[in-house]
Design a protein around this ligand. Structure first.
Ligand code: MN
Length: 491
C-alpha cells in the first residue's frame, strides 16, 4: 500500500530537477487521489492508487513540470470516482484540470485490430490533436506503460487490443517525441503479446549471446577506459543490450542469424564535451580498425527525432566486430527523455500548449520534433472541417463529438447520438440518398443505431438513383442530414 514514504520519494525525485516545484500542491494531489481511489482495487488486487502513483514517478523520471505530476496523480479520478473536472479545477486550478480532462477524453479513442497503416496514422494524429497539449500525451504514455506492465490480469482480447494499440500508436508516438526509454519498454511488452513465439525465440537466442558478450565487453571496457584516462578524458562506459523488439526487427533483416548482428550489445561511452566525443572516436579508431561505412556522425547530422551521438563499428579485441556509441551527458539525457528533455523551468509560463509551441523563445526542440509538433494545430484544424459551420467541432467541447472512420480510415466527426445516416450525409448527399444499409465494425446494423467513438462505418448504397426514407428524419441528428433529406423529398 502506498504510504507517505512514497510521497517523500516522489518529492525527493522532483526536487532534484525542479526545486521550485509546488510541493504543497503535489502533496495535496497525492492525498486527494489516494482518498478518491480509497477502496478501489486494480485487477491484480493492488490498491488502485498504486497506478497513478507509478505514472507520477515515470513523469518525474522524465522531469516534467509540477502541473503534469499533479495531473498524473489525478488522471483517473474523474472517470473512476465521484469527483468532477470542476472539483479538480477548484482544488488544483485550470491548468491541472485541463490536463486531467485531456487524459480523460483520450480514453475514448480506441484502436481496432486489423486496420490499415493509414488508419493508424490518422489515429495517431487524432490522438495528438485531441490531446492539445504535449503533456497530455506524455501522461498517456506513462499511463499506458504502467497498464502494460501490469496487464497480466485482463482478458486476452483486451490485452491483444492494447498491445496493438501500443505498437501502432503509443510506441511510435514515444519514438517521434524522442523518448527512447519509454518506447523500448512499451515495444518489448507489446512484442511479447503480439508475437509470443517470436518473443520467446529472440529471448532465448539472445540470452546466451548476452552472457558471453558481457564478459568480452568487460575486457574491451578496461582497455578503452585505460587509454581514455591516459588522454585525460573522463568517461563512463556501459555495455548496452539492444532491446528485444529492435533485435527482432534486425534479425528479420539478417536472415534470422544472430551472428550477423554486430550491435547486439554496444558499448556506450559517455563523456563531458562534444570535442571529447570526437577525440574518443579517434582513439577507438587508432586502436581498432573501423568497418567502412559504419561510422555515423549523428552529432553533425542528428536523426530526425533529434537523436545525437557518434556511432562506429570496429574490428575490436580478438578481432570481434563491436559497436561503440559516443555521446555527451546532455545527448544521453536527451536520447532518453526526448521532448521532455527540452522543458525549461526557468520560466514557468513556458507551456507546451500546441498553439504556442515553436513561438516560445528558449524552447529548443530538435527540428523534426518541432516540425511535427507544429503540425498539430493544422491537424486540429483539419479535424474541425467537414461539418456545417453550426456544428463545427470545437476541440474543447469534444465530449459532445464522436470520431468515426470510413473503411479506408478517413475520420468523420459527428455529434454524439449520430447514426449511420448522419455519417452517410456527412460524406456526400448522394451517399445519404442512396443508402440501403450500413455495416458498423463489419456487421450489418440498424440505420438508427447510435454510432460510437472509433466505429468503422461502411454505407451500402444503391447504384441507381434513390430517394431517402421519410422516417429517417425521426432519428437523424445532424442539421446537414435533416436538410438534405427534406430537400430530396421536397418537403
Ligand atoms: Mn490510468
Amino acid at each position: 500500500m502506498p504510504n507517505d514514504t512514497d510521497l517523500q520519494k516522489l518529492i525527493d525525485q522532483i526536487n532534484i530537477y525542479h526545486p521550485q516545484a509546488d510541493f504543497d500542491q503535489i502533496s495535496k494531489a497525492y492525498n486527494f487521489a489516494k482518498e478518491a481511489h480509497e477502496g478501489q482495487k486494480r485487477r491484480d488486487g493492488q490498491p488502485y492508487f498504486v497506478h497513478p502513483l507509478s505514472v507520477a514517478f515515470t513523469l518525474a523520471r522524465l522531469q516534467l513540470d509540477d502541473s503534469s505530476i499533479i495531473a498524473s496523480l489525478l488522471h483517473d479520478v474523474v472517470e473512476d470516482t465521484r469527483y468532477s473536472v470542476k472539483k479538480i479545477e477548484l482544488n488544483f486550478g485550470k491548468e491541472v484540470a485541463f490536463l486531467v480532462e485531456g487524459v480523460t477524453k483520450l480514453k475514448k479513442l480506441k484502436y481496432r485490430l486489423g486496420r490499415k497503416e493509414y488508419f493508424s496514422e490518422n489515429l495517431k494524429k487524432m490522438f495528438v490533436a485531441m490531446a492539445k497539449d504535449i503533456r497530455v500525451v506524455l501522461i498517456k504514455l506513462a499511463d499506458r506503460l504502467h497498464n502494460m506492465e501490469t496487464i497480466g490480469y485482463v482478458s486476452q482480447e483486451e490485452r491483444d487490443r492494447k498491445a496493438y494499440e501500443v505498437m501502432e500508436i503509443y510506441a511510435p508516438l514515444a519514438q517521434r517525441l524522442g523518448i527512447g526509454e519509454i518506447r523500448d519498454r512499451l515495444e518489448d511488452i507489446a512484442f511479447q503479446y503480439i508475437y509470443p513465439e517470436e518473443h520467446k525465440w529472440v529471448k532465448e537466442i539472445s540470452a546466451e549471446h548476452y552472457i558471453e558478450a558481457d564478459k568480452y565487453l568487460q575486457k574491451v571496457k578496461t582497455v578503452l577506459q585505460k587509454s581514455l584516462r591516459e588522454q585525460g578524458i573522463e568517461a563512463e562506459i556501459d555495455a548496452r543490450a539492444k532491446h528485444l523488439y529492435s533485435l527482432y526487427k534486425k534479425l528479420l533483416r539478417k536472415d534470422k542469424d544472430i551472428n550477423k548482428i554486430y550491435d547486439l550489445v554496444a558499448l556506450r561511452v559517455i563523456v563531458n564535451t562534444i570535442s571529447e566525443c570526437y577525440e574518443t572516436l579517434g582513439m577507438i579508431h587508432k586502436q581498432w580498425f573501423p568497418l567502412l561505412g559504419m561510422i555515423k556522425d549523428y552529432i553533425s547530422l542528428p536523426k530526425p527525432n533529434g537523436y545525437r551521438s557518434l556511432h562506429t563499428t570496429v574490428f575490436c579485441l580478438e578481432g570481434r566486430i563491436t559497436e561503440f556509441q559516443i555521446r555527451t551527458w546532455q545527448m544521453h539525457y536527451e536520447a532518453e527523455h526526448g521532448v521532455a528533455a527540452h522543458w525549461y523551468y526557468a520560466d514557468k509560463k513556458k507551456s507546451l500548449i500546441v498553439d504556442e509551441i515553436g513561438l516560445k523563445k528558449g524552447f529548443k526542440v530538435p527540428g523534426e520534433i518541432l516540425k511535427w509538433v507544429e503540425e498539430l494545430p493544422k491537424w486540429q484544424k483539419e479535424l474541425t472541417q467537414g461539418e456545417d459551420l453550426l456544428n463545427t467541432l470545437r476541440i474543447d467541447t469534444l465530449e459532445d463529438r464522436i470520431f468515426v472512420f470510413t473503411p479506408h480510415g478517413d475520420v468523420v466527426d459527428l455529434p454524439v447520438g449520430a447514426t449511420a445516416i448522419d455519417f452517410a450525409y456527412a460524406i456526400h448527399t448522394l451517399v445519404g440518398d442512396r443508402c440501403l444499409g450500413a455495416k458498423v465494425n463489419g456487421k450489418l446494423a440498424e440505420l438508427s443505431l447510435e454510432l460510437k467513438n472509433g466505429d468503422i462505418v461502411e454505407i451500402l448504397r444503391s447504384k441507381n438513383e434513390r430517394k431517402p426514407k421519410r422516417d429517417w428524419l425521426n432519428f437523424v441528428k445532424t442539421t446537414r442530414a435533416k436538410t438534405a433529406i427534406k430537400k430530396s423529398l421536397s418537403l
